[in-house]
Design a protein around this ligand. Structure first.
Ligand SMILES: [Zn+2]
Length: 604
């Protein structure tokens, strides 16, 4: 567990404007900052930041919270991870309590320092490769990139570079930069010579830095400029900071777009990712040639619930797509789709012929990945002579058994039977499946979305002003003002707010409120009333007068009923008492209505 004081300091010292500004271009609008929401797609900004209160709220999709919530949502990470991320930005050392002994703690710190120095070496290497692509000697590489349709913009945003055809260029550069060559060797950038000294491992290649989700460089992929005798791609070996199959290429650049589009596209290769981004499909990532791993599926799942798999159109790509399905089914995706590329196309070659429009059509026509895989297996079976089908049937059986519930299994079994022209019962026996019909899983209750809820406008203004002024809030509460609030949501918020300990940070306030109140609170503190400072007090008094008026009218009505009751009972004294009370109420109504008229005539 992270020490409480560290959490506090991190929350206090994080500047939400600076933080959000790393992801969203913010513009000042009145006392708030607005920008395009990173959590949903929009053309006019409704994403709002209140710098003083350290909170954000999107009036479009209702996402809101503190700086910590922002990092958690943006990077799909847990609370402790978010605190560590923010601490790192601020240069604060994170200390943990109890669960680790002192020795563990210092070992952790050592490991983290070690990691940091590795990242520095990688960044230095990237800087060198970047410089080389625009240096005179890099013309060949730049020309190659341009011929392949990789624009300068993409070169910049993916940090592409050139490793020159030189044995010691990188070695010298790292040396001049004061980087540890031994670290560079451990990271697979350079290799040791038998005769002593080092040489560069990547030569005459277009370099693709591989980032982790935080943007640190953990590996490189290098592509030859001309297909020839050497390997087309070479990648960094596994190192202390890079494990094959644990990362997705392009996720760092794509994550914001994935959040906004609510889906991701998975392709095979680095160049495919770069080209997809160049054509506007910025929510694309790659599994880097290797077959999809459970770790990568988990990483995808942390960022999206809808995934489009688009591997190469050749038979290896199709096989890899089928193999991805059972891995993806291990996670609770809402939608898994297969985008089938025609012939031997890969995303890059397809885009070059059919452009963004063709790609959009392909994505829009995507089948469910499950259906696609069943169709693929069945067509494979039909192409084989009957005596060779045994293994293929076993494959199909495995595929069908992989679906999470029997209802889905049955659905695809039915489909397979139709495609194979077989009786469903016989096919089931052949595949070792039972046909028991289970009830459909209970429908998930729809999560109520509060963003459309409308509140009593005048109550809203009063609560808004209360939460923005502690003086107003205090006097409102001492005067039992809460009785004036009729809206259950607003009333609950004010009640919950009154129970909070004093002087807590926005993050703590948000953490203590119920979900509904929390959302309302985020929304209120990010709203800005279109009212000038000189009118502010008048507005408050006017709004308050309206509420008092409404309350008095309600009371007046109640008293009317009670008087009628007392008259029936001939209860003289109660009648007199109630009449007196009613007279007071009527005077109050008259007074507040005048005040209201004065304050609101130009506004409401
Ligand atoms: Zn939004």
């Amino acid at each position: 567990m992270i020490e409480e004081s560290v959490i506090k300091t991190v929350i206090e010292r994080t500047d939400i404007v600076q933080l959000v500004g790393e992801f969203v271009q913010l513009k000042r609008r009145g006392g708030r900052l607005v920008g395009l929401c990173p959590f949903h797609r929009e053309k006019t900004p409704s994403f709002t930041v209140n710098a003083d209160r350290g909170a954000f709220y999107c009036f479009g999709c209702g996402t809101g919270g503190s700086a910590v919530d922002f990092v958690m949502k943006m990077e799909s990470i847990t609370f402790p991870e978010a605190i560590e991320r923010l601490a790192e930005r601020l240069g604060i050392t994170v200390t943990h309590v109890s669960s680790h002994s002192h020795g563990d703690e210092s070992a952790r710190r050592k490991a983290r320092d070690r990691e940091r120095s590795y990242y520095q070496v990688m960044a230095a290497a990237e800087g060198y490769f970047r410089a080389m692509i625009s240096a005179p000697g890099g013309g060949n590489c730049l020309g190659y990139a341009h011929r392949r349709g990789i624009t300068d913009e993409m070169i910049t945003s993916f940090g592409l570079g050139y490793s020159p055809d030189s044995w010691d260029g990188l070695v010298k550069s790292l040396q001049q930069d004061g980087q540890s060559l031994e670290d560079a060797r451990e990271l697979g950038l350079i290799a040791a010579r038998d005769s002593g000294g080092y040489y560069a491992r990547f030569r005459n290649r277009l370099m693709f830095p591989v980032h982790n989700v935080r943007g640190e460089i953990i590996a490189f992929g290098g592509r030859v400029l001309e297909n020839g005798e050497t390997a087309k791609y070479i990648n960094s070996p596994e190192t202390a900071i890079y494990k094959k199959g644990d990362n997705l290429y392009g996720l760092y650049q794509a994550k914001m777009h994935i959040a906004r589009e609510h889906y991701a596209i998975l392709v095979e290769g680095n160049v495919d990712v770069v080209m997809m981004h160049a054509f506007g499909f910025c929510n694309t990532v790659a599994s880097m040639g290797t077959a999809l791993t459970p770790k990568q599926a988990e990483l995808l799942y942390r960022h999206t619930r809808r995934l489009y798999v688009m591997y190469d159109g050749d038979s290896a790509g199709k096989k890899a797509m089928c193999r991805a399905l059972p891995i993806l089914l291990g996670y609770d995706f809402e939608g898994l789709y297969a985008v089938e590329l025609p012939g031997d196309d890969d995303p890059d070659s397809y885009l070059r012929v059919y452009g963004a429009e063709g790609m959009t059509a392909l994505i829009e026509n995507a089948k469910s990945l499950g259906q696609w895989c069943v169709e693929k297996k069945c067509s494979d079976i039909l192409k084989m002579p009957p005596e060779l089908r045994k293994a293929a049937f076993a494959d199909l059986s495995e595929l069908l058994h992989g679906f999470p519930d029997t209802l889905t299994q049955r659905h695809y079994l039915e489909q397979a039977a139709r495609l194979l022209g077989q009786d469903m019962g016989r096919l089931a026996t052949e595949l070792g499946m039972t046909l028991s019909q289970t009830a459909a899983p209970a429908a998930q209750p729809q999560k109520s979305n509060d963003k459309e809820a409308t509140y009593n406008r005048i109550e809203w203004i009063v609560v808004y002003m209360l939460l923005n002024s502690s003086a107003k809030y205090e006097s409102f509460m001492t005067e039992q003002g809460i009785e004036l609030l009729q809206d259950p949501g607003l009333r609950a918020l004010v009640e919950e707010y009154s129970k909070l300990p004093e002087r807590t940070s926005t993050h703590e306030i948000l953490g203590s409120l119920s979900e509904h109140s929390r959302n309302l609170y985020e929304r209120i503190i990010c709203t800005e009333l279109d009212v000038s400072e000189q009118d502010y007090e008048k507005w408050y008094e006017g709004a308050l007068a309206s509420l008092i008026d409404a309350w008095a009218c309600r009371e007046h009505q109640q008293i009317g009923y009670r008087i009628a009751e007392a008259v029936k009972q001939n209860d003289e004294s109660t009648i007199t008492e109630l009449l007196n009370k009613d007279r007071e109420l009527l005077a109050l109504i008259q007074q507040t209505q005048q005040e209201r008229k004065y304050c609101w005539q130009n506004h409401v």
